[in-house]
Design a binder for this molecule. Sequence first.
Ligand code: UDP
Ligand code: MG
Length: 309
Amino acid sequence: MLLSLIVPCYNEEENITDFYDEVMKQEPYFSEREIRLEILYVDDGSKDQTAGKVRTLHDRDDRVRLVRFSRNFGKEAAIYAGLQKARGDLVAILDCDLQDPPALLPQMTEAILHEGYDSVATRRVTRKGEPPIRSFFARRFYHMINRMSRTEIVDGARDYRMMTRPFVEAILSLAEVNRFSKGIFSWVGFETKWLEYENIERRKGETKWSFWKLFAYAVEGIIGFSTTPLLFASFLGVLFCVLAAIFIVFIIVRKLLFGDPTSGWPSLVCIISLISGVQLFCLGIVGQYLAKTYMEVKNRPIYIVKDEL
Ligand code: UDP
Ligand code: MG
Protein backbone atom coordinates (compact mmCIF):
# COMPACT_ATOMS: atom_id res chain seq x y z
CA MET A 1 0.00 0.00 0.00
CA LEU A 2 1.21 3.49 -0.84
CA LEU A 3 0.37 6.73 0.95
CA SER A 4 0.98 9.94 -1.03
CA LEU A 5 1.41 13.21 0.81
CA ILE A 6 0.63 16.27 -1.30
CA VAL A 7 2.34 19.42 -0.10
CA PRO A 8 1.51 22.71 -1.86
CA CYS A 9 4.40 25.15 -1.40
CA TYR A 10 4.75 28.76 -2.37
CA ASN A 11 7.94 30.46 -1.19
CA GLU A 12 8.43 27.96 1.61
CA GLU A 13 12.22 27.38 1.46
CA GLU A 14 12.47 27.58 5.26
CA ASN A 15 9.85 24.91 5.81
CA ILE A 16 10.66 22.18 3.25
CA THR A 17 13.20 20.32 5.39
CA ASP A 18 11.37 20.83 8.69
CA PHE A 19 8.27 19.38 7.10
CA TYR A 20 10.18 16.35 5.82
CA ASP A 21 11.69 15.76 9.28
CA GLU A 22 8.27 15.93 10.94
CA VAL A 23 6.84 13.41 8.48
CA MET A 24 9.77 11.07 9.05
CA LYS A 25 8.92 11.01 12.77
CA GLN A 26 5.75 9.16 11.77
CA GLU A 27 7.61 6.72 9.54
CA PRO A 28 7.89 3.82 12.07
CA TYR A 29 4.08 3.58 12.21
CA PHE A 30 3.89 3.21 8.45
CA SER A 31 6.82 0.84 7.93
CA GLU A 32 5.42 -1.45 10.65
CA ARG A 33 2.23 -1.76 8.61
CA GLU A 34 4.04 -2.02 5.29
CA ILE A 35 2.62 1.23 4.03
CA ARG A 36 5.10 2.99 1.74
CA LEU A 37 5.26 6.76 1.63
CA GLU A 38 5.74 9.30 -1.13
CA ILE A 39 6.02 13.01 -0.49
CA LEU A 40 4.93 15.09 -3.43
CA TYR A 41 5.92 18.73 -3.08
CA VAL A 42 4.02 20.94 -5.51
CA ASP A 43 6.03 24.10 -6.03
CA ASP A 44 3.47 26.71 -6.98
CA GLY A 45 5.82 29.06 -8.83
CA SER A 46 8.00 29.97 -5.85
CA LYS A 47 10.55 32.72 -6.32
CA ASP A 48 12.88 31.46 -3.61
CA GLN A 49 14.89 28.26 -3.12
CA THR A 50 11.85 26.01 -2.54
CA ALA A 51 12.52 23.79 -5.57
CA GLY A 52 16.25 23.63 -4.76
CA LYS A 53 15.51 22.41 -1.22
CA VAL A 54 13.19 19.72 -2.57
CA ARG A 55 15.86 18.65 -5.07
CA THR A 56 18.36 18.19 -2.24
CA LEU A 57 15.86 16.03 -0.35
CA HIS A 58 15.14 14.03 -3.49
CA ASP A 59 18.84 13.24 -3.91
CA ARG A 60 18.86 11.80 -0.38
CA ASP A 61 15.51 10.05 -0.48
CA ASP A 62 13.79 9.10 -3.72
CA ARG A 63 10.38 8.95 -2.05
CA VAL A 64 10.44 12.74 -2.33
CA ARG A 65 8.93 14.00 -5.58
CA LEU A 66 8.58 17.47 -7.02
CA VAL A 67 6.11 19.04 -9.44
CA ARG A 68 7.05 22.56 -10.36
CA PHE A 69 4.60 25.05 -11.90
CA SER A 70 5.63 27.55 -14.54
CA ARG A 71 4.21 30.36 -12.36
CA ASN A 72 2.02 30.86 -9.30
CA PHE A 73 -1.35 29.26 -10.03
CA GLY A 74 -2.67 29.28 -6.45
CA LYS A 75 -3.08 26.64 -3.79
CA GLU A 76 -6.24 25.18 -5.33
CA ALA A 77 -4.37 24.46 -8.56
CA ALA A 78 -1.50 22.94 -6.56
CA ILE A 79 -3.94 20.61 -4.79
CA TYR A 80 -5.46 19.55 -8.10
CA ALA A 81 -2.04 18.89 -9.65
CA GLY A 82 -1.03 16.91 -6.58
CA LEU A 83 -4.15 14.75 -6.76
CA GLN A 84 -3.51 14.09 -10.45
CA LYS A 85 0.13 13.15 -9.95
CA ALA A 86 -0.22 11.16 -6.71
CA ARG A 87 0.05 7.42 -7.16
CA GLY A 88 -1.04 6.38 -3.68
CA ASP A 89 -3.93 4.17 -2.61
CA LEU A 90 -4.29 6.70 0.16
CA VAL A 91 -3.68 10.38 -0.45
CA ALA A 92 -3.30 13.20 2.06
CA ILE A 93 -2.98 16.94 1.54
CA LEU A 94 -1.00 19.00 4.07
CA ASP A 95 0.42 22.50 4.26
CA CYS A 96 4.14 22.94 4.25
CA ASP A 97 4.22 25.35 7.19
CA LEU A 98 3.37 22.59 9.73
CA GLN A 99 0.01 24.14 10.59
CA ASP A 100 -1.35 20.74 9.60
CA PRO A 101 0.41 18.42 12.05
CA PRO A 102 1.78 15.25 10.36
CA ALA A 103 1.39 13.62 13.80
CA LEU A 104 -2.29 13.09 12.90
CA LEU A 105 -1.43 10.91 9.90
CA PRO A 106 -1.46 7.56 11.79
CA GLN A 107 -4.83 8.39 13.33
CA MET A 108 -6.20 9.29 9.89
CA THR A 109 -4.87 6.09 8.38
CA GLU A 110 -6.52 4.05 11.16
CA ALA A 111 -9.87 5.72 10.53
CA ILE A 112 -9.74 4.83 6.85
CA LEU A 113 -8.32 1.32 7.13
CA HIS A 114 -10.16 0.12 10.22
CA GLU A 115 -13.20 2.33 10.73
CA GLY A 116 -14.35 2.26 7.13
CA TYR A 117 -14.26 5.98 6.36
CA ASP A 118 -13.55 7.22 2.82
CA SER A 119 -11.94 10.39 4.01
CA VAL A 120 -10.68 12.00 7.20
CA ALA A 121 -10.84 15.78 7.37
CA THR A 122 -9.71 18.27 9.96
CA ARG A 123 -11.10 21.45 11.38
CA ARG A 124 -9.60 23.88 13.80
CA VAL A 125 -11.81 24.78 16.70
CA THR A 126 -9.92 27.93 17.66
CA ARG A 127 -8.42 30.69 15.60
CA LYS A 128 -5.79 31.79 18.08
CA GLY A 129 -2.94 33.77 16.59
CA GLU A 130 -5.13 35.13 13.82
CA PRO A 131 -6.04 38.83 13.56
CA PRO A 132 -9.51 39.24 15.20
CA ILE A 133 -10.89 41.08 12.17
CA ARG A 134 -9.97 38.14 9.94
CA SER A 135 -11.65 35.67 12.31
CA PHE A 136 -14.76 37.85 12.38
CA PHE A 137 -15.09 37.92 8.60
CA ALA A 138 -14.29 34.23 8.37
CA ARG A 139 -17.14 33.44 10.77
CA ARG A 140 -19.54 35.69 8.81
CA PHE A 141 -18.50 33.98 5.61
CA TYR A 142 -19.22 30.47 6.90
CA HIS A 143 -22.54 31.59 8.31
CA MET A 144 -23.54 33.19 5.01
CA ILE A 145 -22.40 30.48 2.64
CA ASN A 146 -24.13 27.78 4.68
CA ARG A 147 -27.42 29.63 4.47
CA MET A 148 -27.01 30.14 0.74
CA SER A 149 -25.58 26.83 -0.41
CA ARG A 150 -26.91 23.30 -0.16
CA THR A 151 -23.36 22.02 0.02
CA GLU A 152 -22.26 22.09 3.65
CA ILE A 153 -19.11 24.13 4.22
CA VAL A 154 -17.76 23.32 7.67
CA ASP A 155 -16.61 26.32 9.74
CA GLY A 156 -12.87 26.18 10.33
CA ALA A 157 -12.38 23.24 7.96
CA ARG A 158 -8.81 23.02 6.75
CA ASP A 159 -7.62 21.54 3.50
CA TYR A 160 -5.71 18.94 5.60
CA ARG A 161 -7.36 15.67 4.69
CA MET A 162 -6.66 12.05 3.90
CA MET A 163 -8.70 10.15 1.34
CA THR A 164 -9.05 6.88 -0.47
CA ARG A 165 -8.45 6.37 -4.18
CA PRO A 166 -12.17 6.45 -5.15
CA PHE A 167 -12.53 9.75 -3.27
CA VAL A 168 -9.54 11.17 -5.17
CA GLU A 169 -11.03 10.08 -8.49
CA ALA A 170 -14.29 11.79 -7.56
CA ILE A 171 -12.46 15.05 -6.80
CA LEU A 172 -10.56 14.83 -10.07
CA SER A 173 -13.79 14.38 -12.01
CA LEU A 174 -14.73 17.93 -10.98
CA ALA A 175 -12.31 19.59 -13.38
CA GLU A 176 -13.62 23.13 -12.94
CA VAL A 177 -11.22 26.05 -13.22
CA ASN A 178 -12.78 28.05 -10.38
CA ARG A 179 -11.89 25.63 -7.64
CA PHE A 180 -13.13 25.95 -4.09
CA SER A 181 -11.87 22.78 -2.46
CA LYS A 182 -13.80 23.16 0.80
CA GLY A 183 -16.98 22.94 -1.26
CA ILE A 184 -15.76 20.29 -3.69
CA PHE A 185 -14.72 17.92 -0.86
CA SER A 186 -18.17 18.19 0.63
CA TRP A 187 -20.02 18.06 -2.69
CA VAL A 188 -18.68 14.64 -3.70
CA GLY A 189 -20.23 13.01 -0.63
CA PHE A 190 -18.69 9.81 0.88
CA GLU A 191 -18.21 9.15 4.60
CA THR A 192 -15.95 11.71 6.21
CA LYS A 193 -14.61 11.61 9.73
CA TRP A 194 -13.76 14.99 11.30
CA LEU A 195 -10.80 15.46 13.58
CA GLU A 196 -10.60 18.66 15.58
CA TYR A 197 -7.57 20.51 16.83
CA GLU A 198 -6.52 23.88 18.16
CA ASN A 199 -5.07 26.28 15.65
CA ILE A 200 -1.32 25.89 15.34
CA GLU A 201 0.66 28.92 14.26
CA ARG A 202 2.85 28.77 11.19
CA ARG A 203 6.38 27.50 11.94
CA LYS A 204 8.40 29.90 9.76
CA GLY A 205 7.81 32.49 7.05
CA GLU A 206 4.52 34.29 6.73
CA THR A 207 1.04 33.65 5.44
CA LYS A 208 0.51 33.94 1.68
CA TRP A 209 -3.07 35.16 2.12
CA SER A 210 -3.78 38.85 2.25
CA PHE A 211 -7.19 40.11 3.31
CA TRP A 212 -8.18 40.77 -0.32
CA LYS A 213 -7.01 37.37 -1.48
CA LEU A 214 -9.24 35.84 1.21
CA PHE A 215 -12.13 38.08 0.19
CA ALA A 216 -11.81 36.98 -3.44
CA TYR A 217 -11.63 33.36 -2.23
CA ALA A 218 -14.85 33.86 -0.27
CA VAL A 219 -16.61 35.29 -3.34
CA GLU A 220 -15.31 32.34 -5.34
CA GLY A 221 -16.83 29.99 -2.78
CA ILE A 222 -20.22 31.68 -2.83
CA ILE A 223 -20.43 31.97 -6.62
CA GLY A 224 -19.11 28.44 -7.06
CA PHE A 225 -21.55 26.77 -4.70
CA SER A 226 -24.70 28.83 -4.72
CA THR A 227 -26.97 30.71 -7.10
CA THR A 228 -28.82 32.38 -4.23
CA PRO A 229 -27.32 35.83 -5.03
CA LEU A 230 -29.14 35.69 -8.39
CA LEU A 231 -32.37 34.86 -6.62
CA PHE A 232 -31.70 37.76 -4.28
CA ALA A 233 -31.32 40.08 -7.30
CA SER A 234 -34.68 38.92 -8.68
CA PHE A 235 -36.23 39.37 -5.25
CA LEU A 236 -35.01 42.97 -5.08
CA GLY A 237 -36.48 43.57 -8.54
CA VAL A 238 -39.89 42.32 -7.45
CA LEU A 239 -39.71 44.31 -4.22
CA PHE A 240 -39.03 47.55 -6.10
CA CYS A 241 -41.86 46.86 -8.58
CA VAL A 242 -44.29 46.47 -5.69
CA LEU A 243 -43.01 49.67 -4.06
CA ALA A 244 -43.35 51.52 -7.37
CA ALA A 245 -46.96 50.32 -7.76
CA ILE A 246 -47.81 51.58 -4.28
CA PHE A 247 -46.20 54.96 -5.09
CA ILE A 248 -48.13 55.27 -8.36
CA VAL A 249 -51.46 54.70 -6.61
CA PHE A 250 -50.44 57.14 -3.87
CA ILE A 251 -49.46 59.86 -6.37
CA ILE A 252 -52.62 59.48 -8.48
CA VAL A 253 -54.84 59.64 -5.41
CA ARG A 254 -52.94 62.64 -4.08
CA LYS A 255 -53.28 64.46 -7.42
CA LEU A 256 -57.03 63.79 -7.58
CA LEU A 257 -57.57 65.03 -4.02
CA PHE A 258 -55.12 67.93 -3.74
CA GLY A 259 -54.25 68.98 -7.34
CA ASP A 260 -50.63 68.87 -8.54
CA PRO A 261 -48.07 70.59 -6.31
CA THR A 262 -44.77 70.57 -8.32
CA SER A 263 -42.50 70.08 -5.31
CA GLY A 264 -40.79 66.77 -4.70
CA TRP A 265 -37.65 66.65 -6.78
CA PRO A 266 -35.33 66.00 -3.80
CA SER A 267 -37.29 62.84 -3.04
CA LEU A 268 -37.11 61.95 -6.72
CA VAL A 269 -33.32 62.28 -6.69
CA CYS A 270 -33.13 60.03 -3.65
CA ILE A 271 -35.36 57.42 -5.21
CA ILE A 272 -33.51 57.45 -8.52
CA SER A 273 -30.10 57.16 -6.91
CA LEU A 274 -31.25 54.39 -4.60
CA ILE A 275 -32.76 52.38 -7.42
CA SER A 276 -29.78 52.94 -9.72
CA GLY A 277 -27.55 51.69 -6.92
CA VAL A 278 -29.63 48.58 -6.48
CA GLN A 279 -29.63 48.01 -10.24
CA LEU A 280 -25.86 48.28 -10.50
CA PHE A 281 -25.47 46.00 -7.51
CA CYS A 282 -27.66 43.35 -9.15
CA LEU A 283 -25.86 43.80 -12.45
CA GLY A 284 -22.64 43.21 -10.55
CA ILE A 285 -24.00 39.92 -9.19
CA VAL A 286 -25.01 38.78 -12.66
CA GLY A 287 -21.60 39.94 -13.90
CA GLN A 288 -19.84 37.76 -11.35
CA TYR A 289 -21.61 34.66 -12.60
CA LEU A 290 -20.97 35.68 -16.19
CA ALA A 291 -17.26 36.20 -15.47
CA LYS A 292 -16.96 32.80 -13.83
CA THR A 293 -18.82 31.19 -16.74
CA TYR A 294 -16.49 32.98 -19.17
CA MET A 295 -13.38 31.65 -17.43
CA GLU A 296 -14.90 28.18 -17.27
CA VAL A 297 -15.88 28.17 -20.96
CA LYS A 298 -12.35 29.10 -22.02
CA ASN A 299 -11.36 25.74 -20.63
CA ARG A 300 -7.78 26.70 -19.90
CA PRO A 301 -5.63 24.20 -18.04
CA ILE A 302 -5.72 24.54 -14.26
CA TYR A 303 -1.91 24.58 -14.04
CA ILE A 304 1.18 24.27 -16.22
CA VAL A 305 4.14 22.14 -15.16
CA LYS A 306 7.67 23.40 -15.77
CA ASP A 307 9.54 20.36 -14.54
CA GLU A 308 9.11 17.28 -12.44
CA LEU A 309 11.23 14.98 -10.30
N1 UDP B 1 0.25 28.12 -1.03
C1 UDP B 1 0.37 27.79 -2.37
N2 UDP B 1 0.08 28.73 -3.32
C2 UDP B 1 -0.32 30.01 -3.00
C3 UDP B 1 -0.47 30.32 -1.62
C4 UDP B 1 -0.18 29.36 -0.68
O1 UDP B 1 0.73 26.65 -2.70
O2 UDP B 1 -0.56 30.81 -3.90
C5 UDP B 1 0.55 27.10 0.00
C6 UDP B 1 1.53 27.56 1.08
O3 UDP B 1 2.86 27.37 0.70
C7 UDP B 1 1.15 26.71 2.27
C8 UDP B 1 -0.35 26.51 2.07
O4 UDP B 1 -0.62 26.80 0.70
O5 UDP B 1 1.79 25.43 2.27
C9 UDP B 1 -1.18 27.40 2.98
O6 UDP B 1 -0.78 28.76 2.83
P1 UDP B 1 -0.60 29.72 4.07
O7 UDP B 1 0.07 29.00 5.19
O8 UDP B 1 0.07 30.95 3.57
O9 UDP B 1 -2.10 30.05 4.43
P2 UDP B 1 -2.76 30.11 5.89
O10 UDP B 1 -2.31 28.88 6.62
O11 UDP B 1 -2.25 31.37 6.50
O12 UDP B 1 -4.23 30.12 5.62
MG1 MG C 1 -0.45 28.29 6.92
